[in-house]
Every structure is written in C-alpha cells, then in structure tokens.
Design a protein around this ligand. Structure first.
Ligand code: NAD
Length: 462
C-alpha cells in the first residue's frame, strides 16, 4: 500500500506545509540492492579497550573491504594484524562523514567508564549520513562477574535507544551483547546491521552466544538450503519467499488451498514449489515432512501465517478467540513438535517465527491477537534452550508494515501507527523478510532465542 503522506512530503507544496506545521519528513530509507559493497560509506571503529571483540570487528571490516577509520591509535596494531587498512582519525580527517559508527564497549568496567561512550560518539554525532548505522558491541550483562560491570554494560541499551530517537535521517542504532567466546559468531549480525538489509530495525538489543562457526557464501548466504514459508501467497510471506530465494534457498511456498492461484504465482516467480495446506490440520507436520523428503530435508522453517480477528474483549466471540490462538501459535507449536521429534530439520536448521509488537505492547481490540503473538515469543524463548544439532529458533516482531492487513485499519489509527516511530513511516514487507533471512543463514548459529522488532523503533511497547 502506498504511503500518501510520504509522496506528498516530496512535492513543493508538501514540503512547504510540512515545514510550517513542524511535521516529520519521512526519508526514503536505503534498502538492499547488491550484496557488495555491504556498506556504502566510511565506517568509524572505536573501542573502550582493545579486546578480542574489537579484533574480530576489524577482521570483518577487512573482509567486507570497508573504508575504515580508527578512533584511537591503539586499534592500529589490531587492524594491521588482521590486514585492515584503516585511517586514524586526526585533526585533518575529523570532519569525515560516516555511514556507520561502530564501538566495542565490552571493555567498560563500571559506570564511570561510560564516559568513553560519550568521548567516542559526541564529536561525530553530527557526522552520520542518512540511513547510517550506530552499532555498539558489548558484553552480555548476565555473564559479567562484577555487578559494576553488568550495570555499565546494561546501561548501553538506554544509550542506543536514545541515539535511535535523536539521530533521525533513517539512522538506526542497536546494541549487540556478545557472550565471552562468541566473538567468532558475530559476522552475520555485523554484516546485517551495517547493510541496508536492516533499514527498519532500530533500538534493538541482540544477543549472541557461543556456537559452531559456520562459513557461508556471503553473496548467496542460503545457497543450497530448503525453506518452507507459511502464508507465502501474499503480504509479508510473499516477500519472505522472494528474499530467501534471492539469497539462494529453494522455497516451498505454503498457504491455504483457497490461495492456490496466488501461491503458484509466487512460486513461479522464485522458481520454488507450492504446498497447499491449512497449518491447523492435524497432519500439517507430516505433510511438510513429506514435501521436503525428496529435497534432502528441511533447513529453514518460517512460521509467518497469521490472522487478526479484532474486537474488544467484551464483544469478542469464542470463535474469534480460538481461531486466532490456533492459527497464530498452536499450529506452529504442533508443527515444530512433529518436525523436531521426527528429525525433519537438518543440523544447523533454522526456525523463524513472526510475532508482532502487539504481543509486546498489547493493543486495543486485539486481546486475542496480542495473546497469540506474546505466546509466539514464549515459544521462541522456551524452545531455544531445548534445541540440539545446532538448530536455532528466533522471531521477528514487526511493527506497522504496509500490507493488506494494515490497509484494513481505520484511517486515523493507521496514520498514527505509521508515524509513531523513529523513521516516521511504515515498514515494507521486505524489511521483515530481510530480518528473517538474517536469522535463517547457517552463519547465524550464535543467535538463538532472540526476538527482534522490525518496527522502525516504534514508540509502542518500547
Ligand atoms: P496477510 O493476511 O496478508 O497474509 C497472511 C497469510 O497467511 C495469508 O496468505 C493467509 O492465507 C495465510 N494463512 C492464514 N491462515 C492460514 C492457515 N491456517 N494455514 C496456512 N496459511 C494461512 O498478513 P501479513 O500482513 O502478510 O502478515 C504476515 C504475518 O506477519 C502474520 O503472522 C501477522 O500477524 C504478522 N504481522 C503483520 C504486521 C503488519 O503490519 N502487516 C505486523 C505485525 C505482525
């Protein structure tokens, strides 16, 4: 669905009205075009202390051929060790415009040390380009031995969430907590956050734990993988199917039999296959297992199918309640159980669920939907520690995404939902799909149990 306000804001009269009324001007966000370069513009790297993590950051920046600047001279030795050609920030180069500011805060030991965050970001706060990135890598507070260190590391959430709100111009900000020993697992996340793939992800807290390091072809990170996407005939599901196929996967597009024609259209576009199936059928897991058997098993399962049946609780029928719970969560739960019990998911398999910010913030008229989407978060959190064979489960929680679902929302509520975020605009289905593709790559082995909002840093439930 088109964003009329964004189109209006580009016209001369629109610019005049918006400026005089003090309304937000939504910027057209940069989105993925090519795998290379990962980031178009200079990256400034800094660190509270040189650590194994800052060395890995330099390694990845070297691999993606980033135009890199160093904030401090003690990083020079680390950079040259990993072959990274970088320029030291000096008086001559201090006015450089940056596409990304990357700071390793893992060496911060107490609240007083947080001054290093200020010292790194303050001088360059006005030098970040549109659709730029602020990424703070940090130490998982839960794993810190000293309380003072845990407190200081936890503080970084408030910092990046404020930066996300302040910097505007489509600039995103996140904190990535890395467990000790998980430094080699950061690459897929670092690439995703630097790139235009993460256009509508901001103010997020990402947790990386130690896992097998899996090498992938970064041009086609899902090459040779078999994926099933539920609800793939339209909307977000269709975008997911396209992005997974673009990244190299064979996608089995699944939707209800009534959607067969659209399902075939999508599958033909991406040279995938179709599976007409109601996910609430008692044999849904078995049908999926049959569909992937000839393809060498299943690598990626995306639980995207979902419905809304909005009514205030007083007016809600039991049918509306039960249908939403059954489709949005119980069906996914049963399918996971069948596929895991029958070893249908290959080693390093990826399950990615689609929750919603309604499940985090709650929403008027959506007690059934918010309950189901909070249950999806529970499904991710409580399944994650039970998985073996390198299999992971994560979720994206979309905010306001421009689809048929949101087009059906009454105008005033729709306009509020669309603007109440740091990007002043709704996201696109492709933004959700990019988040799913990031979780889906085998290289994301260190991500398990994460719920990441794709909401442009919505004010709801933040
Ligand atoms: P949509 O209604 O356009 O598409 C949902 C698809 O799921 C449809 O093709 C539908 O046929 C399919 N589906 C429904 N019940 C099914 C069943 N029993 N078996 C198989 N397929 C079934 O919705 P969308 O906007 O693309 O949303 C996709 C997902 O994203 C949903 O889980 C939704 O809750 C979630 N979400 C959407 C938004 C948004 O802004 N659009 C925000 C947050 C979360």
């Amino acid at each position: 669905m088109t964003d009329q306000y964004q189109l209006f804001s580009k016209t001369p009269i629109g610019k005049f009205v918006i400026k005089n009324l003090g309304l937000p001007t939504p910027l057209v966000l940069e989105r993925f075009e090519n795998p290379s370069p990962v980031i178009k513009g200079a990256v400034l790297l800094g660190a509270a202390k040189t650590t194994t993590l800052s060395s890995t950051l330099a390694e990845v920046l070297n691999r993606i051929h980033a135009n890199c600047y160093l904030h401090q001279s003690d990083l020079q030795q680390q950079a040259s060790k990993v072959g990274l050609q970088a320029t030291l920030l000096t008086e001559q180069t201090q006015n450089t415009k940056f596409k990304a500011l990357v700071f390793d805060a893992s060496g911060i030991e107490d609240a007083a040390d947080l001054s290093q965050v200020y010292e790194f970001f303050h001088p360059v706060a006005r030098q970040v380009q549109s659709s730029g990135r602020v990424i703070v890598f940090a130490k998982s507070p839960e794993k810190c031995k000293a309380v003072a260190q845990a407190v200081a590391q936890r503080a970084l959430v408030g910092f990046v969430k404020s930066v996300g709100k302040e910097f505007k111009k489509g600039i995103t900000a996140q904190v990535v907590y890395v467990d000790d020993g998980a430094e080699q697992n950061i690459e897929s996340t670092f690439r995703f956050l630097l790139s235009a793939r993460s256009a509508y992800v901001s103010g997020q807290v990402i947790r990386i734990s130690k896992a097998d390091v899996v090498e992938v072809n970064w041009v086609k990170p899902l090459d040779g993988k078999v994926a099933v996407v539920t609800g793939a005939s339209r909307g977000i599901g269709e975008a997911i199917a396209h992005v997974l196929a673009r990244d190299g996967a064979h996608v089995i597009c699944l939707d209800v039999p009534a959607q067969q024609a659209d399902l075939e259209r999508v599958a033909t576009d991406i040279q995938g296959s179709t599976l007409a199936l109601d996910i609430t059928a008692t044999n849904a897991g078995e049908e999926i297992a049959k569909a992937v058997a000839a393809l060498g098993g299943l690598d990626i399962l995306v639980h995207n199918a979902g419905i809304t049946r909005d009514k205030t609780l007083a007016k809600m029928t039991a049918d509306f309640w039960n249908l939403v719970i059954n489709i949005n969560v119980s069906a996914a739960e049963r399918i996971n159980q069948y596929l895991l019990e029958h070893n249908v998911l290959n080693p390093q398999g990826r399950i990615v669920c689609v929750s919603s910010i309604s499940g985090i913030a709650g929403n008027l008229g959506q007690t059934n939907y918010a309950t189901s989407k909070a249950a999806v978060i529970g499904l991710v959190q409580f399944t994650a520690p039970t998985l073996t064979n390198g299999i992971t489960i994560n979720a994206v929680a979309p905010g306001f995404i421009e689809t048929q679902m949101t087009a059906a929302i009454p105008f005033a509520i729709r306009e509020a939902g669309r603007r109440m975020n740091s990007m002043s605009q709704g996201g696109l289905p492709v933004d959700v799909a990019e988040g799913i593709a990031w979780f889906a790559t085998a290289a994301s082995s260190g991500l398990n149990g994460n719920v990441i909002r794709v909401c442009g840093q919505s004010l709801l439930g933040a």
